[in-house]
Design a protein around this ligand. Structure first.
Ligand SMILES: C[C@@](CO)(OP(=O)(O)O)[C@H](O)COP(=O)(O)OP(=O)(O)OC[C@H]1O[C@@H](n2ccc(N)nc2=O)[C@H](O)[C@@H]1O
Ligand SMILES: Nc1ncnc2c1ncn2[C@@H]1O[C@H](COP(=O)(O)OP(=O)(O)O)[C@@H](O)[C@H]1O
Length: 292
């Protein structure tokens, strides 16, 4: 038997850091949403007790360092599964981009293995496994639009965003999430208004959502990657209604409700950067346990 799951990328609409915790992580408050730029994760049962993983992208580990591999190992241990699995990941999400590609692959593997091995996992059980892999994996279990708190693993679902286009521009450079958080400790931070963003989403108010976009990590990454400021300025000139860096970066996204403006952004930014995508938003997943 084979099970296929889509693994969509996320963007952060509002990302605030409240401070450093005693466990080394940072306490965050962030509003995130999934977008229709997605990897594909396929899980096929193997008769013998092993995990094999293939990825279509270079530089993505295919052993226990891969987050989807870790998901399979954790589930096999927790549910005492004596069978194996072959995981094939077709990567479309740029790697180390602030788009949570690896986290979403892990979440997709959890959903896929729940179906493959008929485990009947509840959402809470999936969240528990997700949190053992990485901070962003819990959000990726259901996707959609949500508030994430704690180190990112506590999820409260929010209403869906008004429909819009998301244009993504990924500079040809990668940053380390850990280093960006560490550098944040030494800056005078600006704090986005996360509560106002939640209200704007509840009001379905697209222009206020655009106005309130904010990411406290942006200043840090911008100091390291000068191109981010240039991309933002270029997108502003073309006419994106809201512009922000996602996560720890370096990907910048622009929002627009107009197809003509999306086309202008896509064409304008393609001449400027090699990795440019225009996508829609994604609805949250309905989990198998929620059908019952
Ligand atoms: C910044 C965000 C925003 O959504 O996304 P990305 O830029 O990675 O997409 C996340 O907080 C990233 O989450 P994730 O990528 O899962 O991070 P993890 O693997 O858990 O942690 C990587 C490293 O980042 C730091 N870290 C992460 C999360 C957090 N709340 N505080 C931290 O200080 C820690 O140093 C940790 O060792
Ligand atoms: N399935 C995966 N896809 C991509 N990267 C992965 C995966 N599993 C583990 N990784 C590791 O995680 C690192 C961060 O990848 P990614 O999740 O794409 O970053 P970000 O959260 O910044 O978007 C990569 O450099 C890679 O070594």
């Amino acid at each position: 038997m084979k099970v296929l799951e889509k693994a969509p990328a996320k963007i952060n609409l509002s990302l605030d850091v409240l401070g450093k915790r005693s466990d080394g992580y940072h306490e965050v408050r962030m509003v995130m949403t999934t977008i229709d730029l997605a990897d594909r994760v396929e899980c096929s049962e193997l008769p013998d007790n092993q995990i094999i993983l293939h990825s279509s992208a270079p530089y993505v580990p295919e052993d226990e360092r891969n987050f989807a591999y870790q998901a399979a190992q954790l589930i096999k241990d927790k549910y005492a599964i004596q069978k194996g699995v072959e995981i094939t990941i077709q990567k479309r999400i740029p790697v180390a981009a602030g788009l949570a590609g690896g986290s979403s692959d892990a979440a997709a593997a959890i959903r896929a293995l729940d179906r493959l091995w008929h485990l009947g996992m509840t959402y809470e059980e999936m969240l528990e496994t997700a949190s053992m892999i990485g901070s962003d994996v819990a959000f990726c279990i259901k996707g959609g639009t949500a508030l994430a708190t704690g180190r990112g693993e506590k999820i409260s679902m929010l209403p869906e965003l008004p429909p819009c286009w998301v244009v993504l521009v990924k500079p040809d450079i990668s940053v380390s999430t850990g280093e960006i958080y560490k550098a944040w400790d030494h800056i005078v931070a600006t704090h986005p208004d996360v509560d106002a963003m939640i209200h704007a989403i509840s009001d379905n108010d697209f222009s206020t959502i655009c106005y309130l976009l904010g990411n406290t990590l942006e200043t840090v990454t911008m100091e390291k990657v000068a191109e981010i400021a240039r991309i933002k300025e270029h997108m502003r000139q073309i006419g994106a209604e809201g512009i922000l860096m996602s996560g720890s970066g370096p990907t910048v996204f622009g929002l627009t409700q107009y197809e003509s403006r999306m086309q202008r952004l896509l064409n304008g930014m393609k001449g400027y950067c090699s990795q440019v995508y225009a996508v829609r938003l994604c609805r949250p997943f309905t989990l198998l346990s929620e059908y019952e």
